[in-house]
Design a protein around this ligand. Structure first.
Ligand code: ADP
Length: 874
């Protein structure tokens, strides 16, 4: 395995560990710490080994020293023994012996030190013991004087023993020294080993720390780099790449998030791109549509450039090389605009307009079916049968779009390609929009044209109406019948732009027409026709009144040769328009317009003359009625004067005997002519009451007739309002009392003196107060007087039955009473309020009533404090 791949493998492995970054760092730290702990333990162990080795060395050293001592002691013993033996002196021998024994103890003690060399030491001990024994024997020989034996023993036994001992002790020393060397070497080796271990641990720890740090940091740096690269790719608009990192830690989560975000961004970007594409496309379409609309709005009158622009734009946007626009014209679809086709083909189409029921053609079928038709390849399409056109035009993929106005076809657009490439849905939608715009353009142009025509017609109509209005005004401006007839005939001639005009009166009895008025006719001709008996059946005028509508004759030569026709022809008349003068089934006559030229009367003139005739009939009728009314008014005036005179006389004539009747009745009741009792008394009282009522009625009638005859004059003088009211109250008080009503009088303190007819004002107020008491059954009647500016206001308020709003105006007219049983029961003439009103109006004032049925009424008189007589009010 190559180191690089090991590194990669390690970095990958760490990245793949399913742990968080801090856990990984902690694990690395802990493993370094663990290694250091192991390092410490190993170090300690090595130290204790070194220590032990030192102990061994010391012991070895001591052993060597002890063995040297033994060697030395042995040598010196042997020397002293050999000396003592040589000298054979007792004391020396004893001393040597003692030393030997002593040495034997020393050797015993040595056993503890020289365990390893126990065997050798045992031999030494054994040889010493034998030596000691031999020496003791020799000493004994010597002491016993057996010198030879001593000598022999010394030579045979002691000398070899001594050599042996010497050798053995040397051997002991040598062994110890060799051991010592071994121990030193071992120690050195152990030291070297421990140093190597420590150093290798230190290096190992450092390497581990570095390695872990490196691997962990690279397991972080690499993905971060990867993510960074990816983010810059995203920033550069590349959303296709993915961050692929093995990390299962936070970076892994981050990478996933980045991937998700990038995916979403990618999606959004794609959506935005798609939307932008759509928008751009829509904008292109809209701009084009806008341009077409602009073209439409710019030239409403000149349709052709608009249709050309529209067709070209539509073809361009739909990527169609060729396009045609047809319009329905006199029942056939004719070419109106084309784009991309040869002049010959255009000529061909112009020469061959398409019938709406030719469903074998594109135009025929699309307009019949009223929907867009898509021929993907017209060559193989069974629906298409006009092979000649196809061969000539050379189209393959074709789109037929009907132009529909209110669902009805008025034309069609045809888009085509000389090769097979179907139109997209968008293009089809677009061309539909263009078709709508074409319809708008065509409609606009039509409307503008119609509007212009209508405006012109309207302007003419306005002129005519103005003339008609003026004529009407002039005609109805007078109520003189002669003038009206003159005006009608002369204005009709002008309005109808005729050479002459005749007004003929219809004579119901003879069923004939008589010339009434003429304009523009020469006297002779007028005179002649005045004497012709024009029978209803013998003229176009008869037809006109029968059908109650105008009759136009463009050439009177075609009429039967009746007397009037002949006369007209003789006067050079060639065409006539007869308009009946009819109103509410009543035939007045006819209006005849005459022209010298032989021509049709335009419809407008006919309508205009009809209107004028209707207006004229009204004026003629009005003038006639006015004449009648004038006559009647005159008669009425005379009759009214007679009536007033009669009434005034009659009243006077009636009052005198009535006063006599009342006077005598009163005298009878007062017993002047003897006692009248019982039923006779009752009858007399009845006569008196009715007589008084009759007198009141006569007085009222007299007053009213005087007023109406203009005979009542006001006696203007200064008066005190107070006086008027007191006079009224004094008469009303007893009446109120009898009915148990409360009569209240309220007069403002600072009322100035008034000017007027005091007696008549008192009469008017008394009428009101009398009515109030008469119609009120319970409660009160109040009389109030106040000044309102320059006016004096007298108000009479009661708590009676009240008057319905519908009756409030009516009651002021003569002989008007509220028609209900309660007021009827109260009696009266219905003249009181009429007289009061006349009196008040003669003073320049007003009288009014406010009343709520069931709650009472208030009658209010307002007159100027300083009244002058107003005669015309009467
Ligand atoms: P009359 O002689 O009938 O009273 P007027 O002209 O004075 O004639 O009144 C006309 C009618 O107005 C009366 O018949 C009555 O119906 C109604 N009228 C007048 N004054 C009052 C009133 N104060 N309350 C109710 N009705 C009234």
């Amino acid at each position: 395995m190559r180191p690089n791949s090991i590194r990669n493998w390690l970095v990958g492995w760490v990245a793949r560990l399913p742990a968080r970054v801090q856990t990984k760092l902690l694990a690395a730290f802990l493993s370094i710490v663990g290694l250091l702990i192991v390092l410490g333990a190993v170090g300690l162990q090595v130290l204790s080994g070194v220590n032990e080795q030192t102990d061994v060395l010391i012991r070895q050293q001591r052993k060597i020293a002890a063995y040297h001592q033994v060697q030395h002691d042995t040598t010196s013993q042997l020397y002293s023994i050999s000396t003592a033996l040589l000298l054979q002196e007792d004391r020396m021998l004893d001393a040597a012996l003692r030393q030997l024994r002593q040495f034997g103890y020393d050797l015993d003690r040595m056993e503890f030190i020289a365990r390893d060399e126990a065997e050798l030491l045992a031999q030494v001990r054994q040889d010493y013991d034998r030596l000691t024994a031999e020496v003791t024997r020799v000493v004994d020989f010597i002491r016993t004087g057996q010198r030879d034996e001593a000598r022999t023993t010394q030579l045979a036994q002691i000398m070899p023993l001594a050599d042996r001992l010497e050798r053995l002790t040397n051997q002991l020393v040598n062994i110890a020294e060799a051991d010592m060397v071994d121990a030193i070497e071992t120690t050195e080796r152990a030291y070297a080993t421990s140093r190597a271990v420590v150093i290798s641990f230190v290096i190992g720890s450092i390497l581990l720390a570095l390695g872990l740090g490196y691997i962990i940091s690279w397991s972080l740096i690499e993905p971060v780099k990867e993510i960074e690269t990816h983010l810059s790719q995203i920033a550069a608009g590349d959303f296709a790449q993915k961050v692929t990192i093995a990390n299962r830690d936070e970076l892994g989560v981050l990478a996933q998030n980045v991937n998700r975000t990038s995916e979403q961004l990618g999606q959004l970007y794609r959506q935005i791109e798609a939307r932008t594409r759509e928008l751009t496309e829509a904008l292109t379409y809209q701009t084009a549509t806008g341009e077409v609309l602009k073209a439409i709005s710019r030239s409403t009158l000149h349709l052709q450039p608009v249709l050309d622009t529209l067709l070209e734009t539509a073809a361009r946007l739909c990527r169609a090389n060729r396009a045609l626009l047809f319009r329905l014209d006199n029942g056939l679809y004719r070419l109106r605009a084309s784009y991309g086709f040869s002049d010959e083909f255009k000529q061909f189409l112009e020469n061959n307009p398409i019938s709406p029921d030719a469903i074998g053609t594109i135009v025929g079928r699309t307009t019949t079916e009223r929907r867009v038709l898509h021929y993907e390849d017209i060559e193989t399409d069974d629906r298409y049968m006009w092979k000649e056109a196809q061969a000539f035009g050379g189209f393959r993929t074709v789109l037929g779009v009907p132009l529909l106005r209110d669902g009805e076809p008025i034309g069609a657009i045809v888009l085509s390609r000389p090769y097979v490439e179907p139109f997209t849905d968008k293009q089809i939608d677009l061309i539909t929009v263009f078709a709508d715009q074409a319809v708008i353009a065509i409609e606009n142009a039509r409307l503008v044209r119609e509007l212009k025509e209508q405006s012109a017609a309207l302007a003419a109509s306005v002129e005519e109406l103005k003339a008609l209005g003026e004529t009407g005004q002039a005609v109805s401006g007078t109520l003189d019948l002669t003038q009206v007839l003159d005006l009608v005939s002369s204005r009709a001639m002008a309005l109808g732009q005729a050479d002459a005009c005749g007004l003929f009166r219809y004579d119901r009895t003879n069923r004939a027409f008589v010339l009434w008025r003429a304009s523009g006719l020469d006297e002779d001709f007028s005179e002649r026709i005045r004497h012709i008996r024009i029978l209803e059946v013998e003229t176009a005028m008869g037809r006109a009144i029968q059908q109650h509508g105008p009759v136009a004759v463009s050439d009177i030569m075609k009429l039967p040769n009746w007397p009037l026709r002949d006369a007209a022809v003789g006067a050079g008349i060639r065409s006539v328009l007869v308009v009946p003068l009819v109103r509410a089934e009543r035939v007045f006559g006819t209006l005849v317009l005459m022209r010298r030229e032989q021509a049709e009367f335009p419809r407008r003139t006919v309508d205009l003359m009809q209107t004028f005739a209707n207006q004229s009939v009204l004026a003629i009728q009005n003038a006639r009625l006015f004449r009648e009314i004038e006559d009647k008014s005159r008669q009425l005036e005379i009759a009214s004067q007679h009536k007033s005179q009669f009434l005034a006389n009659m009243s006077h004539e009636l009052r005198t005997p009535l006063n006599a009747v009342l006077g005598y009745t009163e005298m009878l009741l007062d017993g002047v002519y003897g006692d009248v009792t019982g039923e006779a008394h009752e009858i007399l009282e009845y006569i008196q009451a009715n007589g008084q009522h009759l007198l009141a009625l006569i007085n009222d009638v007299l007053d009213l007739s005087k007023i109406e005859a203009g005979q009542l004059a006001l006696a203007l003088d200064e008066y005190a309002v107070q006086g008027v009211i007191e006079a009224v109250a004094s008469v009303a008080q007893p009446l109120a009392q009898t009915k148990g009503l409360d009569l209240k009088v309220g007069i403002a303190g600072d009322l100035p003196l008034g000017r007027g007819d005091e007696r008549r004002l008192t009469q008017a107020l008394l009428n009101l107060v009398g009515n109030a008491i008469k119609f009120t059954d319970a409660g009160s009647v109040t009389i109030a007087a106040t000044a309102v500016g320059d006016l004096l206001e007298l108000a009479v308020t009661d708590t009676g039955p009240g008057i319905a709003p519908t009756d409030q105006e009516r009651i002021f007219d003569a002989f008007q009473q509220v028609d209900n049983s309660s007021t009827r029961q109260k009696g009266g003439t219905g003249l009181g309020l009429a007289i009061s009103r006349r009196i008040v109006e003669m003073h320049g004032g007003t009288i009014s009533v406010e009343s709520v049925p069931g709650q009472g009424s208030t009658f209010r008189i307002r007159i100027p404090l300083q009244a002058g007589e107003v005669m015309e009010a009467a």
